[in-house]
Design a protein around this ligand. Structure first.
Ligand SMILES: Nc1ncnc2c1ncn2[C@@H]1O[C@H](COP(=O)(O)OP(=O)(O)OP(=O)(O)O)[C@@H](O)[C@H]1O
Ligand SMILES: [Mg+2]
Length: 775
């Protein structure tokens, strides 16, 4: 048997070697689905398939990179690099660039991120003189996104009575018009949003058979990871591409479908059987990731969902330790407890920091953990949230890059036309935009036409400033043709004055912004070097493409090793860590409930799947924590522990499992069946009733304030100095746990030499250090 096939169990091996025909691998978490995909590709290559004939779609860029590395080790790096492997968005953006003439876009189209989309929607709402309190840009954006993911074009949208009446019921009858205008302005800006990358690919394949045929021919093998989270648009692309050779292999787990809010449909898995009658199903049952305790606990949770494909999952790993429940009085204490557990475990069992992950339901929860980890000098990294590339200074510089690549990009232009300040006011920009809209062109084209037309709208002084800006961008464009990404980026940072502007700002924020820009430039330098080494294109546009297509799970600083990972449960999909903390286990947080929205059976089951995903990330140990009080939206909330804590079979837990979690029956009432995309789309509207559990809260409040007065003192009083002796283990508020090596001096000025795991040896004055004796 070939060596690499020995690293698989029997069913996995069968799924790997059966390369021809449609295959569905459907299996629980940690059972080796991703491993099967990876080995299957390696096997194909070993059997002589050409890498450029293999299309493999992953959920994140990071996953694609890791798979490529693994395949490279089996089949050779030089082969692996020619695979079509990446996220849906990155693969289809590549195809759209190649076919740009057919779709009527420039090949250098830029990609709008969600904040660009929202800003454009805001502009349109304003231009239409609609009220942005009624037309909330977020809601409008999500309606448009859902429409695109269900392949509903602006015209189809306008023609659907079902959708129009749903909009009317939401008091936003003009969404249809906004959508149309939005699509038009994106096109005039030579820009696509994320959903366009899929929608326009679909339209391309629908309307141009010869192009579809070309790609059908090319992709002899199509493979998809995390198939349960594909949306309709992705589903259809895959189906079309695989139609010729029929060699399609999808792997997924219906119990881990967690992206329905982005239009993902479990039905895609269920329909596979109808779409490919001659398919084979492979069921993997052994979980290789987690202890038996974790696997069994996760099974006990997911069994409560009504809608699921039955499957077995078992582990033959060690039994493992029970899942520890941490109860905290406040969210701050929750942070403290988690950090404490990490530093204790890390010291006791010699874990690395990278062996720990803290998973939360919402990004806003990260702050508390950042603080508590910082206090103990525990290094950490955060995924998603307000990521590096969303910071103002970074987006500003990136906007210059975008303008350099595609000057029609209106959102980029509006951001930087007067940054750094060059005396071009809002009014001028407003006039230019009006002129662009009425002439159905981009702002850039209005600008470049200025000298030729006798423009009465801007005075001579302003016109000179505008021409200065045009000349600047022109210069960058020329530079970007001749130089590599780093050279171009560095010159842009210098010549725009951004570097100087931030350098002159000596405030701590200014300093940190300056450092961020330096960091971005370092990253671009690395990009340029590694592109050259590998013989890949190294221009600014190539760098920009990589950045624009990052997902929440692709940490910008992947080189960061040995740090605790902080991320949302959504981002953790597919990953694994030795130790996992799932925090904020409270009603309305996890399961989450959007304010003003009624919980349905469907939404609750999705939350439960999300909890299943979270728990199954853990290999050895898992903790579940909750707080009794938490600040949310600026208010102090009294929280009820999550129903999921009670649902866990207590054979697998340790610690105080709260009982009597109330007020949940209402959520489990209706049995919702699968509906058509259009019906579901039409139904997506917030409902109005939302009741707080006021009486429960008042009771909680009393209990908590009673408990709090006792417990708060417990935390750090530092009344132990007199008793501390050499050899003792002590706890320090910032440095965590340490061993006392020596005590010197005379009371009250006793000095201790302590060795801390986190920071090494320190000398501390006991009267100030507030050390607590641990043992
Ligand atoms: N046959 C095997 N022998 C040893 N280890 C295995 C085997 N199959 C899978 N593993 C290991 O088990 C872990 C889980 O595998 P993998 O990530 O492929 O599972 P998955 O089904 O894709 O999980 P998820 O549902 O979370 O995406 C990995 O560390 C993998 O290397
Ligand atoms: Mg996987």
């Amino acid at each position: 048997m070939l060596d690499y096939l020995k690293e698989l169990n029997e069913v996995q091996r069968e799924a790997v070697v059966r390369t021809e025909g449609p295959s569905l691998v459907i299996a629980g978490a940690g059972s080796g689905k991703t491993r099967v995909l990876t080995y299957r590709i390696a096997h194909l290559l070993k059997q002589g398939a050409r890498p450029s004939n293999i299309l493999a779609l992953t959920f994140t860029n990071k996953a694609a990179r890791e798979m490529k590395d693994r395949i490279g080790r089996v089949a050779g790096e030089n082969v692996a690099r020619y695979l079509w492997m990446g996220t849906f968005h990155s693969i289809f953006s590549r195809i759209l660039r190649a076919e740009h003439e057919t779709i009527g876009y420039p090949s250098n189209f830029t990609i709008y991120d969600s904040s660009d989309s929202k800003s454009l929607i805001k502009t349109i709402i304003k231009d239409f003189q609609l009220d942005d309190k009624t037309y909330k840009p977020n809601v409008v954006a999500s309606r448009i996104s859902m429409a695109k993911n269900n392949l509903i074009t602006p015209m189809a949208y306008a023609n659907s009575p079902e959708i129009r009446s749903a909009d009317k019921n939401m008091r936003m009858p003009a969404i249809s018009e906004i959508y149309k205008e939005y699509a038009k302005r994106c096109r005039l800006s030579g820009s696509m949003d994320f959903d366009d990358l899929l929608l326009i690919t679909n339209l391309l394949f629908r309307d141009h058979e010869e192009i579809l045929k070309k790609y059908q021919e090319r992709f002899g093998y199509v493979l998809v990871d995390e198939y349960q989270d594909t949306n309709y648009s992705q589903y259809l692309i895959i189906k079309k591409l695989a139609a010729k050779h029929n060699n399609i292999c999808v792997v997924g787990d219906d119990a881990q479908s967690i992206y329905s809010f982005r239009g993902a449909r479990i039905e895609n898995i269920l329909n596979f059987k109808n779409d490919y009658p001659d398919h084979r199903v492979f069921k993997l049952e052994q979980n290789y990731r987690s202890t038996q305790t974790i696997v069994n606990a996760a099974n006990s949770i997911i069994a409560r969902n009504k809608k699921q494909i039955p499957k077995n999952v078992f582990s033959e790993n060690a039994l493992g330790k029970p899942i520890k429940i941490l109860s905290a009085l406040t969210d701050n204490e929750e942070g403290f407890l988690v950090a404490q557990e990490i530093s204790q475990l890390q010291l006791r069992d010699h874990y690395q920091f990278e062996d720990f992950a803290i998973l939360y339901r919402t990004n806003a929860q990260s702050r508390i953990f950042e603080e508590s980890l910082r206090k103990r000098n525990i290094p950490y990294k955060i995924y998603g949230g307000l990521s590096f590339y969303q910071r103002k200074e970074i987006k500003d510089l990136l906007s210059y890059f975008r303008m350099t690549i595609n000057p029609d990009d209106n959102e980029a232009l509006k951001r930087i036309i007067n940054y750094p300040a060059r005396g071009i006011g809002q009014t001028t920009v407003g006039k230019l935009e009006v002129s662009a809209v009425s002439n159905e062109t981009s702002i850039w084209r209005v600008l470049t036409a200025l000298p030729e037309i006798n423009h009465s709208q801007v005075n001579k002084g302003t016109a000179t400033k505008l021409m200065g800006f045009v000349a600047l961008i022109d210069r960058f464009q020329k530079l970007s043709q001749e130089s590599d990404a780093f050279e171009t980026a560095k010159t842009i940072a210098e010549q725009t004055g951004i570097l100087k502007d931030l350098y002159n700002d000596k405030s701590p924020e200014g300093l940190s912004r300056h450092e961020n820009i330096q960091e971005l430039l370092n990253g671009i330098q690395e990009f340029s070097i590694s592109a050259k080494e590998q013989g890949d294109p190294d221009k600014l546009e190539n760098y920009l493409e990589d950045v624009a297509l990052l997902t929440d799970q692709d940490n910008e600083k992947d080189e960061e090793k040995n740090k605790v990972t902080l991320m949302t449960v959504h981002s953790a999909k597919g990953l694994e860590f030795k130790n996992v903390f799932i925090v904020g286990m409270e009603e309305n947080l996890f399961p989450s409930q959007r304010q003003g929205e009624k919980a349905t059976q469907e939404s609750l089951e999705e939350e439960r799947r999300l909890f299943y995903v979270a728990l199954t990330r853990a290999e050895e140990n898992a903790w579940l924590s909750y707080a009794n009080q938490r600040y949310r939206w600026g208010n102090l909330d009294f929280c009820t522990p999550s129903r999921f804590l009670e649902e866990l079979d207590e054979r697998y837990t340790e610690g105080q499992v709260p009982t009597g979690v109330s007020g949940r029956a209402s959520a489990e009432q209706s049995n919702v069946s699968y509906s058509s995309p259009a019906q579901r789309f039409a139904q997506r509207q917030p409902s109005s009733s939302f009741k707080t559990r006021e009486s429960q809260n008042i009771l909680n409040k009393k209990l908590v304030s009673l408990k709090e007065s006792g417990r708060a003192q417990d935390t750090f009083q530092g009344d132990d100095p007199g008793k501390i002796q050499a050899g003792m283990t002590v706890q320090h508020q910032r440095f965590g746990e340490g061993k006392v090596l020596k005590i010197e001096g005379i009371a009250p000025d006793l000095k201790a030499t302590v060795f801390f795991r986190t920071t090494g040896q320190k000398q501390l004055l006991l009267k100030f250090a507030k050390l607590r004796i641990k043992s």
